[in-house]
Ligand binder design. Structure first.
Ligand code: NDP
Length: 453
């Protein structure tokens, strides 16, 4: 009789937890996973997947307009938010079934209910204790809304996917991925949209040119950008919300959407009581093998607050399972993680920003190109694309690639492989373009705009 019920007990069936559980099961470990909300976590239910579906939906308004430039006459179009949300919900339910099947196929036992830890080897779900040699905390993160008068009236991304109606007017607060993506979605679907950000320019941490360029493009697409502004209070007036802004003005809207960051989900787990060390932001502190300060307890995904991206969570789950049950494996390399912000137009980015390169590299060259995508020569849409490469002079290595434009995520994914392989500018130059594409611009940039030593 084994000492424990399970080799591994995973708490939280999001991207990180499901991947770790499935892989550990595949290696022959006896695995259970507990989830009290929905299989697939944030990404599948209130994040990446439904967000991308909403982005697709919202782009049709421009596509219908652009079609005219190509000889099409498109009849009067109408949009039904309820229908989109219903169809999205059906797809998410399908994904729940897929996740359940994948877990079952890997021999993982799914336990429905909220889990808490009773001791370093015991997880309790619905008052029932489960003994495990190792426990993995993969509970993700949760949107945070700052406290202010009337903060109870605002919504977060958790609510935005289930609204009964598309708001006619919406205020979005924050300058991160979620705020920028939802501003694009609401504006393109027809909501009068204002994005309110406390700093001078949104998307802090990204390349400065990219941030400025995106701000200009979003303004063209009817997103009102209010920088250096905060909301001081919100009140409900005749069914509307009235926001009192820091500049003394007021704005009315049907919805006020806060996208002001996410906090690690550790409430009720009793981690600190067991000696698991958390950092100042409540994230579980782990070593490079994802082991916490209690040797039998591990943590992966948003709850460790390293890089809050689904592919990173998946990679952490895989590395953990391989390290514990698949033989040894190198620690996860967090360098050059590509990302895409599904703003309109998209932002794709990998490697160092110009500002980071100035600090971390010696002499560098910056190649920049701004152009009108071919499609918009006939659509007459006033949308521009920006591409930027940062090259370290001594090594000739491309250390950063950034883009604002359609399908930037699709394009930067390929460029990220080149960066990971250590590609030089000479390799980019020796690569044939695919004509006519936007992506070919990355291999035909010859004149640098800026150089520093
Ligand atoms: P972020 O942490 O990216 O951004 C939070 C934003 O809110 C920042 O602009 C921040 O300002 C601002 N903010 C924070 N606190 C306050 C406050 N008290 N008052 C006013 N503004 C405030 O969070 P998000 O919620 O946008 O996204 C969470 C994570 O999810 C991201 O880290 C991202 O990794 C991930 N994500 C990834 C996506 C993708 O890959 N496409 C899509 C969506 C999310 P400041 O900059 O001044 O600190």
């Amino acid at each position: 009789m084994a000492e424990h019920d399970f080799d591994l007990f995973v708490v939280g069936a999001g991207s990180a937890g499901v991947r770790a559980a499935r892989m550990a099961g595949g290696f022959g470990a006896r695995v259970a996973i507990a989830e009290d909300r929905y299989l697939g976590g944030t990404c599948v239910n209130v994040g990446c997947i439904p967000k991308k579906l909403l982005v697709y939906a919202s782009h049709f308004s421009e596509d219908f307009e652009d079609a005219g430039g190509f000889g099409w006459t498109v009849g009067k179009s109408t949009f039904a938010w309820k229908s989109l949300i219903q169809r999205k919900d059906v797809e998410i339910e399908r994904l729940h079934r897929v996740y359940a099947e994948l877990l079952a196929a890997a021999g993982v036992r799914t336990v429905k209910g909220r889990a808490g830890l009773a001791d370093p080897h015991t997880v309790v779900v619905n008052d029932k204790p489960y003994q495990a040699e190792r426990i993995v905390v993969a509970t993700g993160s949760w949107p945070v809304v700052p406290e202010f008068p009337g903060s109870e009236h605002v919504i977060t991304s958790n609510d935005a996917f289930f609204l009964d109606e598309l708001p006619q007017r919406v205020l979005i607060v924050g300058g991160g991925y979620i705020a920028v993506e939802f501003a694009g979605i609401f504006a393109a679907l027809g909501s009068a949209t204002t994005l309110i950000y406390r700093g001078p320019l949104f998307l802090r941490g990204l390349d400065h040119d990219i941030r400025e360029f995106l701000a200009a493009e979003m303004t063209k697409k009817n997103v009102e950008l209010l920088f250096n502004t905060t909301i001081e209070a919100v009140e409900k007036v005749r069914g509307q919300l009235k926001a009192h802004l820091s500049d003394g003005s007021q704005r009315e809207a049907e919805r006020i959407f806060y996208a002001t960051g996410r906090t690690p989900n550790v409430k009720g787990l009793r981690l600190e009581a067991l000696g698991v060390k958390l950092d100042a932001r409540g994230a579980v502190i782990v070593d490079e093998d994802f082991r916490s300060s209690v040797p039998s307890i591990y943590a992966i995904g948003d709850v460790i607050n390293r890089v809050k991206l689904t592919p990173v969570a998946l990679a952490e789950g895989m590395v953990l399972a391989e390290t514990l049950y698949g033989g040894s494996r190198d620690p996860l390399n967090y360098a050059d993680i590509p990302t895409c912000i599904f703003s309109q137009p998209n932002v794709g980015t990998v490697g160092l920003t110009e500002e980071q390169a100035r600090e971390q590299c010696g002499a560098c060259k910056v190649y920049k190109s701004t152009f009108t995508p071919l499609k918009h020569t006939l659509s007459d849409r006033n949308e521009k694309t920006l591409m930027k490469l940062i090259v370290e002079q001594d090594s000739d290595r491309v250390v950063g690639a950034h883009m604002v434009g359609p399908d930037a995520g699709e394009i930067i994914q390929g460029i990220a492989i080149a960066l990971k392989a250590g590609a030089t500018k000479a390799t980019f130059d020796a690569t044939m373009g695919i004509h006519p594409t936007m992506a070919e611009e990355f291999v035909i940039m010859r004149e640098f705009q800026l150089e520093w030593h």
